[in-house]
Design a binder for this molecule. Structure first.
Ligand code: AMP
Ligand code: MG
Length: 410
């Protein structure tokens, strides 16, 4: 159907992303336990209320004493120090180390007052009463200082950071039991197409099993989202409108696939118009993934992707990744970009910006891009195991092996 469109048609990827970033907001925040926070996106800056470690401590099993007492020590003239106390990890010193005295320490034990260095067992000779040192020591040797890892008052983490292993450990070490995180961004995926069969169905003439719901759910889960597969809806305007309205009630983002091209059965736009949604754009200057639209309905973002599995993924990465990750609260929401060399020829011309899924190969200190020799909109298999999307610039002819191109990765 031809409409009088009062919104942009065929935006550049960057324009589409900027437009959407202006339209969407971030999800709400909630206070969650450290257990829940693992893998989530922090919604507050974290400041250290204590030093880590909280006291000067020994990084090894050995003896603490005053460096000046052993200044003249060597193999022939060892210095014997009197052991005045033993401090296993977890105990606190009760004595001050004086002249020619030592305290026996295990790893993690506090440095007793008076001592200014630690020597490991292996370099000493000892009995229960005394320890012999055979070499001079520098003041400060083998002492881990209080606050060496983190200083009290330091900003340790910034809002928008994904909490993974080290950060969760640091939060525990700093005494946090809960932190403020962004709520998980909720999405619902509607697969439109009268040819689509649900999972587990026997194939019948003219029908295919739907894959888009699964791929989109999997990818968006990787981004930390909570994505529901709404299911399959036939190419019928009423049914699509009802599905979008249902999903908009439950989710922050509604992702549809199929029905956004120019055919008689491409009815997603008509359904959105019927609902009174605000259409934002149609078509993006990219291949695959040109057929796509975006709208806002009841304050919720609607992303209409192509039904072609490869096109849907390309648009989801290049446009969806920054927008959805911004909404989810991430500070860094753009894909990363680097330069790679093509590992093989690419024979086709690229009148539009072309995106190729592929893999990063490190070879002789160079970054190469390996990709399937068969690339087509309808093919999902070419994406299997890929960790990059390379871009062939618009207006390129066939590309030769070794050509330098940009590639995007998470
Ligand atoms: P459309 O975007 O509706 O024009 O669909 C483009 C192509 O993608 C057609 O070959 C569809 O059969 C196929 N397709 C549409 N939706 C899906 C889906 N959910 N899973 C797999 N293929 C699909
Ligand atoms: Mg269709």
């Amino acid at each position: 159907m031809e409409y009088n469109r009062n919104y942009p048609v065929r935006l550049e990827i960057e324009e589409a992303v900027e437009l959407l970033l202006r339209k969407v907001g971030k999800v709400s925040t909630e206070q969650v336990s450290l257990d829940e926070a693992d893998g989530r996106i922090l919604a507050e800056d974290i400041f250290a209320q204590e030093d880590i470690p909280p006291f000067d401590r020994s990084p090894l099993d050995g003896y603490a004493f005053r460096a000046k007492d052993v200044a003249a020590a060597d193999r022939e003239h060892p210095v014997a120090l009197k052991i005045i106390e033993e401090l296993p990890a977890g105990t606190a010193p009760s004595r001050t180390v004086g002249k020619r005295e030592a305290v026996k320490l295990s790893t993690g034990a506090p440095i007793p007052p008076g001592a200014d260095c630690v020597e490991k067992f292996e370099n000493t000779e000892f009995t229960d009463e005394q320890v012999k040192l055979f070499a001079p020591m520098k003041s400060g040797s083998n002492i881990c200082r209080a606050g060496e890892d983190i200083r009290r008052g330091d900003k340790v983490m910034e809002a928008g950071t994904e909490l993974s292993a080290a950060q969760i450990g640091l939060l525990a070490g700093l005494g946090f039991t809960e932190v403020r995180c962004f709520a998980r961004l909720r999405a619902a995926v509607i697969s439109t197409g009268s040819e689509l069969l649900p999972e587990g169905s026997e194939l019948t003439p003219g029908k295919i099993r739907s894959t888009n719901g699964r791929t989109i759910r999997s990818l968006s889960r990787k981004w930390g989202m909570e994505t529901k597969i709404y299911g399959i809806v036939p190419d019928d305007q009423e049914s699509i409108a009802r599905a979008v309205a249902d999903c908009a009630e439950q989710a922050d983002v509604v992702i549809t696939t199929g029905g956004v091209s120019v055919g008689d059965y491409d009815l997603v736009e008509a359904a959105l118009r019927q609902l009174g949604a605000e259409l934002l754009f149609w078509k993006i200057g990219m291949k695959p993934g040109m057929a796509a639209l975006a709208a806002v309905y009841q304050g919720k973002l609607i992303l209409g992707l192509s039904g072609n599995p490869s096109a849907a993924l390309a648009t989801l990465y290049m446009v969806g990744h920054p927008v959805l990750n911004y909404m989810a609260g991430r500070r860094e929401y753009y894909l990363k970009k680097c330069q790679v060399r093509m590992l093989r020829d690419f024979p086709k011309k690229s009148p539009q910006r072309r995106f190729l899924p592929g893999k990063l190969i490190l070879q002789n200190g160079e970054t190469w891009f390996d990709f399937g020799s068969r690339q087509s909109n309808g093919m999902l298999n070419q994406w299997a195991g890929c960790d990059m999307i390379a871009e062939i610039p618009a207006g390129s002819g066939p590309m030769e092996k070794g050509s330098l191109i940009s590639a995007y990765y998470e």
